[in-house]
Write a protein of this length. Structure first.
Length: 507
């Protein structure tokens, strides 16, 4: 079954949508915007600009960025033929030309999740930050936490807008079984009449289209629990990926029965309804993603032509009896990819729902438009102090599995955001180096020059495997925006990985 990411697709293993985004990634240093004029907000990540968008930096200058991407074997799972594990290091030489010390909170977008050590008892993302070689504490705001923030903010907009309209408030109150707030409110004991009245009012008086009106009716009819907000006075450590009371609160809050359609679809519902009331207020995933420089559409660089195009992938059916461990491994390989299943009108048939709640979930899926929110994004937060008249090297390192593209010649791909240049007044050249095993073809969305062959790093294949190096210098403004896409040939990589596997088995 062949699908492009620009068209609707079906998948047999949609139940594995909840596999999480633990193995794929991207970045660049951006300044994290705090509420304007509020110095008390410094260092409190919970008080980020509600948009979660980056701010501009005009005081510091980036002398250069050295970006190294090395495609290598996962050293812990060599008995399996896996996609390349991309090791990415972005080292920024940053100068403070002023006479004052400057402290900056940076944000670093990481696309497609983060690799975690498969043998670790406590999973931790493979991310490190250093300043002049000294480690710096870093916090990951997970993709799911970002979704939680969007739901939280969107729900506040929706409820405030309903409360501000007396007629609307009375109709919604009737659906929810509350006391009527206006004389013309339908009886709360007749829920179908209340739903019909609300739908008619939205379409007739407020000029909503019927699909959006149907979405608000279902939103009002489902008990998603008491509105929860993230306390603004908690330290940023509460946002650690997969841990922390406040992070857990954001992951699960403002969902209720809508969790059965998945957090992505539920979040899309909240953001869309908020936008119907106030287009300026809706903090959509797409807008956040675009602000950091990424493209929510899943794209690839064509290995044959070098052109950027929609990602294409051929899905493989999986038996219903596949074990959870097998499915997790398949997800890592790319056969079970949440960026695909986000497109599916997914409903967890095992969810504990009433018939009314199940019908509401199906109606939401029916009326939500298709939106290209398929490339997961996390945000890495870290803080650096720049002494007056000093230059520091700030380096971020992370690992990710490359993702598959099956259009012939098939490839494994990595996406990296080059966007920071547009968010700094002064950003020097980006010196790119790509390392692949010798004999594995490589191509990028910009021309790469071939350089010398050198010895393999320890985490690559045992023996005498050599790494071929490609490079480029990006110094024009148009080269330092958007995404960099890098592809390696799948057949050549699989052959290399099989040789590694055979060598390991023979040891």
């Amino acid at each position: 079954m062949k699908n492009t990411m620009a068209t609707a697709c079906m998948a047999s293993a949609a139940i594995w949508l909840a596999a999480a985004d633990a193995a794929r990634a991207n970045g660049g240093p951006f300044v994290v915007r705090y509420p304007e004029g509020d110095p008390a907000a410094k260092g409190v990540l919970a008080r980020l600009d509600p948009s979660l968008k980056p701010a501009r930096e005009s005081r510091l200058r980036v002398v250069e960025e050295r970006l190294t991407i090395a495609f290598q074997q996962d050293p812990f799972l060599r008995q399996n033929t896996l996609p390349p594990l991309a090791d990415v290091t972005a080292a920024y030489t940053i100068e403070n030309p002023t006479d004052e010390q400057i402290e900056v909170d940076f944000g670093f977008p990481i696309l497609r999740g983060i690799y975690t050590h498969p043998m670790s008892m406590i999973p931790r993302p493979a991310v490190t930050v250093s300043v002049d070689g000294q480690g710096v504490a870093a916090t990951v705001i997970s993709n799911s936490v970002i979704y939680g923030v969007i739901r939280e903010q969107a729900r506040a907009v929706i409820e405030a807008s309903i409360a501000a309209d007396a007629r609307l408030a009375s109709l919604v109150g009737a659906i929810r079984g509350q006391a009527p707030q206006a004389k013309k409110a339908p009886a709360a004991s007749d829920p179908e009449q209340a739903r019909s009245e609300l739908l008619s009012d939205l379409v007739g008086r407020l000029r909503w289209n019927e699909r959006d009106a149907a979405l608000l009716v279902e939103y009002c009819g489902v008990d998603i629990g008491q509105a929860k907000t993230h306390p603004p006075d908690r330290p940023h450590s509460a946002w650690q990926l997969g841990s922390g009371e406040e992070a857990a609160l954001l992951l699960s809050s403002n969902l209720g029965p809508l969790a059965a359609i998945g957090e992505q679809k539920a979040t899309q519902l909240f953001a869309r309804l908020a936008g119907c009331f106030d287009p300026e207020a809706a903090s959509t995933y797409e807008a956040i993603f675009a602000a950091w420089g990424g493209d929510v559409r899943s794209r690839s660089v064509d290995l044959a032509t070098g052109q950027i195009r929609p990602r294409e992938i051929e899905l493989q059916d999986r038996a219903a009896g596949d074990s959870g461990a097998e499915m997790r491994l398949l997800w890592m390989v790319g056969d079970v990819d949440p960026t695909i299943y986000a497109r599916v009108d997914y409903l967890d048939e095992n969810a504990n729902l009433t018939e009314a709640e199940r019908a509401a979930c199906k109606s939401v899926l029916k009326n939500l438009p298709v939106v290209f929110t398929f490339a997961p994004m996390n945000l890495l937060h870290y803080r650096v102090s720049f002494p007056a008249r000093k230059t520091l090297v700030v380096a971020v390192n992370y690992q990710q599995y490359a993702y598959r593209d099956t259009r012939l010649p098939a490839s494994y791909q990595l996406a990296y955001v080059l966007h920071p240049a547009s968010l700094w007044d002064d950003f020097g050249p980006i010196r790119l180096e790509v390392q692949v095993p010798q004999g594995v073809r490589c191509r990028a969305s910009l021309p790469l020059g071939q350089r010398q062959t050198k010895a393999s790093p320890p985490t690559s294949a045992p023996g005498t495997t050599a790494m071929q190096t490609y490079g480029a210098v990006l110094d024009r403004p148009e080269q330092k925006t958007g995404e960099l896409l890098v592809a390696v040939e799948k057949d050549a990589w699989d052959s290399f990985a099989a040789n590694v596997q055979a060598a390991v088995a023979g040891q």
